[in-house]
Design a protein around this ligand. Structure first.
Ligand code: PDD
Length: 278
């Protein structure tokens, strides 16, 4: 495994970061996860734009221009054999001493990137769908930033695992916002519905792609609040993310969604999505 750290390509064991790195000490950093198929990065510009947005949200400048990110990430993929990989990149405010919450006067950001093979999307999962649970959203009010402060997501994902579920849907004031690491869609009276962007959810790149596919194929879609109660009576529920694309949800908190089987709208969007990758 070859990784990128601060301008160098290194075998993983040679990549060293200071224990005083503010990413380690304060979770003071942001990240992206970008899927690549056959060495081609999917929606790279959109991911880099979201990176800019996350960085400006934590008052950091992007240490690299977009073209340098592109060259570096493509080189990283090449050095790891191309193929289907998901690229993880992280930028932190870098090492600083003494430990002090406020920003260092002259931050030296840490730039790290690695890739891991994308698991073949599991046909069994697609055929059976997955169970999810719901839980009050315990995160902060800037969920639109992709920060490495992921402890709430870690706890929510573990809770799902403990209960034999695949994901935890996060609820604020009765509304379903997103999953711990995914966006959420519901088919409501034939209309594909997802909550509007705002401070309480990550603007998912896969989410935007699904809405784009709907527009392209003339499938009715809307961005609208979804009360948890309404979700339970949906025709279909899905979750989306860069690493898993679209996953059909067949149970929420022990309650079956419609027939308890993945629906026809999911099958259609799965095909449209796959066609996009080809
Ligand atoms: N997670 N919402 C949250 C909170 C997420 O962490 C993610 C992605 C998404 C989906 O966004 P996208 O379609 O751009 O991947 C929504 C990544 C995959 C992760 O943390 O591993």
């Amino acid at each position: 495994l070859i990784v990128h750290l601060n301008g160098e390509f290194l075998p993983l064991p040679a990549a060293r970061i200071s224990p005083l790195d503010r990413g380690f000490v304060f979770a003071d950093g942001v990240y992206e996860v970008i899927p690549a198929y056959g060495g081609r990065l999917l929606r790279l510009q959109e991911h880099l734009q979201r990176l800019d947005n996350s960085l400006s949200g934590i008052r950091m400048d992007n240490p690299l221009p977009h073209h340098a990110w592109q060259e570096m990430l493509m080189e990283l993929l090449r050095r790891n054999g191309n193929g289907d990989q998901s690229v993880y990149l992280q930028v932190t405010r870098g090492p600083a001493f003494p430990r002090e919450h406020a920003f260092p006067a002259h931050p030296r950001p840490t730039v790290f990137a690695m890739c891991t093979p994308i698991r073949e999307s599991d046909p069994a999962l697609r055929e059976a769908g997955v169970p999810v649970i719901s839980h009050p959203d315990i995160r902060w009010d800037r969920c639109d930033l992709k920060t490495v402060s992921l402890l709430p997501a870690v706890l929510m994902k573990q809770l799902a695992k403990d209960r034999g579920a695949f994901e935890t849907l996060l609820i604020r004031q009765g509304l379903v916002l997103e999953g711990a690491a995914s966006n959420v869609f519901a088919v409501l009276d034939g209309v594909l519905t997802t909550p509007p962007k705002g401070p309480f959810l990550l603007p998912g790149i896969t989410r935007d792609l699904v809405l784009e596919l709907a527009a392209e194929h003339g499938f009715p879609a809307q961005e609208r609040d979804i009360p948890l109660e309404r979700l339970l009576s949906a025709d279909e529920v899905w979750i989306t993310s860069s690493t898993r694309a679209i996953v059909p949800v067949t149970r929420v908190d022990e309650q079956s969604i419609a027939s308890g089987r993945p629906g026809p709208v999911f099958a259609q969007f799965h095909d449209w999505y796959q066609a996009r990758l080809a």
